[in-house]
Design a protein around this ligand. Structure first.
Ligand SMILES: Nc1nc2c(ncn2[C@@H]2O[C@H](COP(=O)(O)OP(=O)(O)OP(=O)(O)O)[C@@H](O)[C@H]2O)c(=O)[nH]1
Length: 509
C-alpha cells in the first residue's frame, strides 16, 4: 500500500477513500464514495471481498487477482500510473506475487483429521523450515481441555466433567478398538540373560511398540516349567501359503534357532508345558510398562533414571523364582524368572523428543518437569496404556493368574486395571542411588562403618558410574534428584523420598 501514498499525484480521492475503508480498524460507513469508472478496479474488488467474515488476512497474501501484478498479462492493471515508474521498465519489475506454500485444502483437512498429533508424529518437512515451524506445538488435547475449561467456567455442560469423563477409556471409546499384531520376534542375549524381542504394529498410532519377553525356559524345546509367554498374533497362521521358512523368519518358532535346529510353531498344536509343579504355585509373571526415553536409555542422561529402570526391570524379571515342590518333603524348586517389559514409544511422557528437549531447557531455568510440560502446552503426562493392554492380552498376560507390576506410578496401575489386566501385586522401583543411600544410613546405624559396601554396590561401582545402558550401574546426581522429587511430590509416585540431604555421606555415590 505504501506505493500508493508515495505517488500521491497518481492517486485520486476515491482511491484514498477506499484505502481508508480497507485499512480502518473498524469499518467506517462512507457517506459519499466518489464515483469510480474503472472497468476492473482492484481496490473496489478488494473492498467487496474484505466485507465477509470468511476473508482473513491470509487472502491478501495470495495472488487472487490474476494479472494485477503482472504487467504483460492480458487485462493487466497498469500499476505504473500510480507509481510513476517508467512503463518501458515494467518488464524488468520483479513480480511480487505470493506463492502459497500450503498443501491443497483437501490434504490439509485429511492431515487435520488424523489422530492426535504429537511432535514426533509430524511428517518430515521437505521445504526449508519457516519461523512458524519453530513455535512450540500446543496439543489438540490441551486445546480441548482449555476449551472445556472455558465452557465449564461459562456454566455449560461439557463432556469433561468428572461425572462424564472418569477414565481415558471413555475418550478412546470413540476410536476403534485397539488391535495389535506381533510382526516379528527374535532372541536377544542381554547382560542379564537371553530375552525375546517382539515388535508390534497397531491400528492406533504409527509407532512400533515392543515387548521384551523374559522366559528363558522357552529356549528349551522339551520342558517348560511354566506356561510359555508367547504372542498369539505371531503364532497365528497369517497366510495359508506361508512356508515354514516364512514363519521361522518372522520368529514363529519354538526352542532356540540354530543351523541345525529350527521348528516353526504350529498353532494347531501349541507347545505344551511339562510343569514340574502345580501351576497355581508359580508366581504371576513380573511385568513393567516402560516408556521410551532416548536421552536416558541411549545417551546415558543422568537427568532421569529411565535407563536404569529399564535395566533394573530386566534384571529383576530374570531373577529365578523358588516354588514349593509337589513333594512336601523335598526342597523348594527353583524355576527361571519370567515376565515382560512392554516398551511403549511414547517419548517424554508422550510429548515427543523435541518437546522434551525444550522442557529440559525450561527445567534448567528452574522449573520442574511438571511445570515445564504445562508451560509448553501439554499435560504433565500425555501417555496412554491402551496399546500396552492389547499387547499384554496378545501375550496372554494379566488374565487368569494376573501379573505383578514393577512401577512407582499409580496411573499405570489404574490404567492397566481399566484395560482388564489383573494386577495381583505392585512392586516399587527404588532408584539405585536411593537404595545405596538407604543402605548407608542403615549400615551407619548398625556398625558405623562408612566404607562398608554390599557386594552388589561394589560390582556396580566397578562399572562406570552413571552408565544407564543395560547392564550399567546406578544413575545419580542433582538433576536426577529433582526429577524424582517432582515425581513423588507432584505426580504421586509411590516412592519414599531418599534425597541427597538425607544421606550421611554422599561421597560414596
Ligand atoms: N516430559 C518429560 N518427560 C521426561 C522427562 N524425563 C524423562 N521423561 C520421560 O518420562 C518417561 C518415564 O516413563 P517410565 O519409564 O514409563 O516411568 P514412569 O512413568 O516415570 O513410572 P515408573 O513406572 O514408576 O518408572 C519416559 O517417556 C521419559 O522419556 C522430563 O524431564 N520431562
Amino acid at each position: 500500500m505504501g506505493a500508493f501514498h508515495n505517488s500521491s499525484s497518481a492517486v485520486d480521492a476515491s482511491d484514498l477513500a477506499l484505502l481508508d475503508i480497507l485499512t480502518a480498524p473498524t469499518r467506517p460507513t462512507p457517506r459519499s464514495l466518489p464515483r469510480r469508472d474503472a472497468v476492473l478496479d482492484p481496490l473496489l474488488i478488494a473492498a467487496a471481498a474484505a466485507s465477509g467474515p470468511h476473508v482473513t488476512r491470509n487472502h491478501y497474501h495470495h495472488d487472487f487477482f490474476p494479472g494485477v501484478m503482472v504487467p504483460r498479462a492480458e487485462s493487466a492493471w497498469d500499476w505504473t500510473k500510480w507509481t510513476g515508474e517508467d512503463a518501458s521498465h515494467k518488464t524488468e519489475r520483479k513480480r511480487l506475487a505470493y506463492v502459497s506454500k500450503q498443501a491443497p485444502r483437501r490434504q490439509r483437512l485429511a492431515a487435520a483429521n488424523k489422530d492426535e498429533t504429537k511432535e514426533n508424529d509430524v511428517p518430515c518437512h521437505t521445504d526449508a523450515l519457516t519461523p512458524v515451524d519453530n513455535v512450540p506445538h500446543v496439543s489438540k488435547k490441551r486445546r480441548a481441555s482449555l476449551v472445556s475449561a472455558q465452557s465449564t467456567a461459562a456454566g455449560e455442560n461439557t463432556y469433561s466433567t468428572p461425572d462424564t469423563l472418569s477414565s481415558s477409556k471413555q475418550l478412546t471409546n470413540v476410536k476403534a478398538e485397539v488391535e495389535v499384531k506381533c510382526m516379528a520376534r527374535t532372541r536377544i542375549p542381554t547382560p542379564h540373560g537371553p530375552a525375546f524381542l517382539h515388535l508390534y504394529h497397531n491400528n492406533h498410532d504409527k509407532k512400533e511398540h515392543l515387548a521384551i519377553i523374559i522366559d528363558p525356559a522357552q529356549l528349551s524345546e522339551n520342558s517348560t516349567p511354566a506356561p510359555p509367554i508367547r504372542s498369539h498374533s505371531l503364532d497365528a497362521v497369517w497366510d495359508k501359503n506361508e512356508t515354514e521358512m516364512d514363519r521361522i523368519t518372522r520368529g514363529a518358532y519354538i526352542g532356540r534357532l540354530s543351523a541345525t535346529s529350527h521348528h516353526a510353531s504350529d498353532p494347531s498344536d501349541p507347545a505344551r508345558p511339562s510343569l514340574p509343579v502345580n501351576a497355581n504355585v508359580i508366581p504371576a509373571p513380573l511385568i513393567r510398562i516402560h516408556s521410551e526415553c532416548f536421552t536416558g536409555e541411549t545417551v546415558g542422561s543422568m537427568r532421569c533414571d529411565c535407563g536404569e529402570q529399564l535395566d533394573e526391570a530386566i534384571r529383576q524379571i530374570f531373577q529365578p523364582v523358588s516354588v514349593p515342590s509337589p513333594d512336601p518333603s523335598s526342597k523348594p524348586i527353583t524355576i527361571p524368572g519370567r515376565g515382560a517389559v512392554i516398551y511403549l514409544r511414547q517419548e517424554g511422557r508422550g510429548i515427543g523428543l523435541l518437546s522434551k528437549i525444550r522442557a529440559y531447557n525450561l527445567q534448567d531455568l528452574g522449573h520442574d518437569t511438571v511445570t515445564a510440560n504445562l508451560m509448553l502446552g501439554y499435560q504433565a503426562d500425555e501417555r496412554g496404556y491402551e496399546i500396552a493392554g492389547a499387547i499384554l492380552r496378545d501375550l496372554g498376560l494379566g488374565s487368569a493368574n494376573g501379573v505383578r507390576v514393577l512401577t512407582n506410578n499409580p496411573d499405570k496401575v489404574e490404567a492397566l486395571k481399566r484395560e482388564g489386566v489383573t494386577v495381583v501385586e505392585h512392586i516399587p522401583m527404588i532408584p539405585r542411588s536411593w537404595q545405596h543411600r538407604k543402605q548407608q544410613i542403615e549400615q551407619k546405624l548398625t556398625d558405623q562403618d562408612k566404607d562398608v559396601l554390599t557386594q552388589r554396590q561394589k560390582e556396580e561401582k566397578e562399572r562406570m558410574a552413571g552408565a544407564t545402558l543395560i547392564g550399567g550401574g546406578a544413575v545419580h546426581g542433582e538433576d536426577l534428584d529433582k526429577y524424582l522429587r517432582t515425581k513423588v511430590l507432584r505426580m504421586g509416585h509411590m516412592l519414599p523420598l531418599w534425597l541427597e540431604d538425607t544421606a550421611p555421606d554422599s561421597s560414596v555415590y
